[in-house]
Design a binder for this molecule. Structure first.
Ligand SMILES: Nc1ncnc2c1ncn2[C@@H]1O[C@H](COP(=O)(O)OP(=O)(O)OP(=O)(O)O)[C@@H](O)[C@H]1O
Ligand SMILES: [Mg+2]
Length: 119
């Protein structure tokens, strides 16, 4: 399995478009694709799913709730070889620590501590 991450602090530079096109191209080549859309805007997810407003589980629901499996956030799309996990309106708690620790080189990401100190 290969993982490809697409991220950039700047907005509107083509992150979502690259995920959409690269995911589609690789799926056409027969690769099994799981798109992990951490963006709370849900733009990538809404390109693949008819309704992202009433999904039972988003990625951060599963990460914050021991009783939920991350598999619950994975949804089959109507496109062959493409599944997607989305975080539409999900909690930002896992994104803040990654952002804040980026400058320090500290690899420890304690989501609870960081989100509490921000509150
Ligand atoms: N290679 C490209 N050439 C021309 N226009 C592009 C290209 N890639 C993306 N765009 C256009 O640029 C705009 C922004 O693209 P996109 O939404 O993918 O950026 P983003 O980085 O995901 O934005 P955001 O930060 O809001 O999530 C869209 O209108 C898209 O159609
Ligand atoms: Mg985007």
């Amino acid at each position: 399995m290969k993982r490809i991450g697409i991220c950039n602090n700047k907005g509107g530079v083509g992150k979502t478009t690259i995920c959409f096109c690269l995911g589609g191209a690789l799926a056409e080549m027969g690769k099994k694709i799981l798109l992990v859309d951490m963006d709370q805007q849900g733009s990538l997810s809404s390109s693949f799913l008819p309704n992202i407003h009433d999904l039972p589980c988003v990625i951060t629901d599963a990460l914050l709730n021991d009783k939920k499996s991350i598999k619950e956030a994975v949804i089959k799309t109507e496109f062959e070889n493409i599944d997607i996990a989305n975080n539409y309106k999900g909690s930002p708690r896992f994104l803040f620590p990654l952002y804040l620790n980026n400058g320090t080189g500290d690899s420890k990401c304690d989501a609870n501590k960081t989100s509490n100190s921000l509150a």
